[in-house]
Design a protein around this ligand. Structure first.
Ligand SMILES: Nc1ncnc2c1ncn2[C@@H]1O[C@H](COP(=O)(O)OP(=O)(O)OP(=O)(O)O)[C@@H](O)[C@H]1O
Length: 229
């Protein structure tokens, strides 16, 4: 589903590469944690998958296509296959919960009847049944992140990318968010999550890819956060 082949990314003006010869293969339906200290290249990895950044050399494939070679008019369609969730939720604060989720479908031209059907279903899936008319600032942080996940998933993307989704949440709330991401993964969605949350990685026992100074230094099945080399 996602394949990195000897990927190097060097930002202009930097003498160190943000990613240095990274090769990795993530299959459809996998759940992968991306770990590493601050600056190790996790966000760069995710940005390359979204084609928000382009490799300096090497190849990035998403759903069988080398995305660096995709014509720019095809990029929005490629990105529709990828839902994104961030630490800071990024909700539209002047729209209700339902409107936030519906907006993701409106911008890709889905019909009003489909939106009316799918939005409540998705809110129920993420545990926000009955909260569709609330404004984001009337929700807890954990609930706001559930809205963001609903918005990312409403279109049933093949891939869900999460960059520190529990970074602003307390441990108990984080566990709830992880259960939800696990449930989404079980529907067949490939999940790639960058995190510093050792407790969660150790609890979930999923594949762990560790970056250090841009290099892939560990790729471990049912892995843990910190590993004694
Ligand atoms: N737009 C940019 N221009 C120049 N350098 C950048 C840019 N984005 C990232 N970098 C550099 O690339 C390296 C990797 O950064 P990246 O954001 O991918 O790390 P990260 O592992 O996601 O860190 P964090 O855990 O703090 O989010 C760092 O040295 C960073 O300074």
């Amino acid at each position: 589903m996602i394949r990195f082949e000897k990927v190097v990314k060097t930002y202009p003006g930097q003498d160190h590469s943000a990613l240095d010869n990274v090769t990795a293969d993530i299959e459809k339906g996998e759940f992968v944690f991306l770990v590493g200290t601050s600056g190790s290249g996790k966000s760069t990895f995710l940005r390359l998958v979204l084609r928000e950044a382009r490799p300096t050399s090497g190849r990035v494939y998403v759903a069988g296509k080398e995305i660096n070679r995709l014509a720019s008019w095809k990029v929005p369609r490629m990105r529709r296959q990828i839902g994104t969730v961030f630490q800071d939720f990024r909700l539209l604060n002047n729209k209700t919960v339902s409107e936030n989720v519906a907006f993701a479908l409106q911008v890709i031209g889905r019909s009003r009847s489909e939106i009316t059907k799918v939005v409540p279903e998705t809110l129920e899936l993420v545990g926000l049944d009955g909260k569709g008319d609330r404004m984001p600032d009337e929700l807890s942080g954990g609930e706001q992140q559930r809205v963001a996940i609903a918005r990312a998933f409403v279109n049933r993307p093949q891939i869900l990318i999460a960059d520190e989704p529990t970074g602003n949440l307390d441990p108990a709330t984080s566990v709830g968010i992880m259960k939800l991401l696990d449930r989404i993964n079980r529907t067949g969605t490939t999940v790639v999550m960058a995190t510093h949350d050792a407790g969660i990685v150790d609890q979930m026992r999923k594949r762990v890819i560790e970056l250090e100074h841009g290099r892939l230094v560990r790729d471990q099945a049912e892995g843990v956060y910190g590993f004694q080399h």
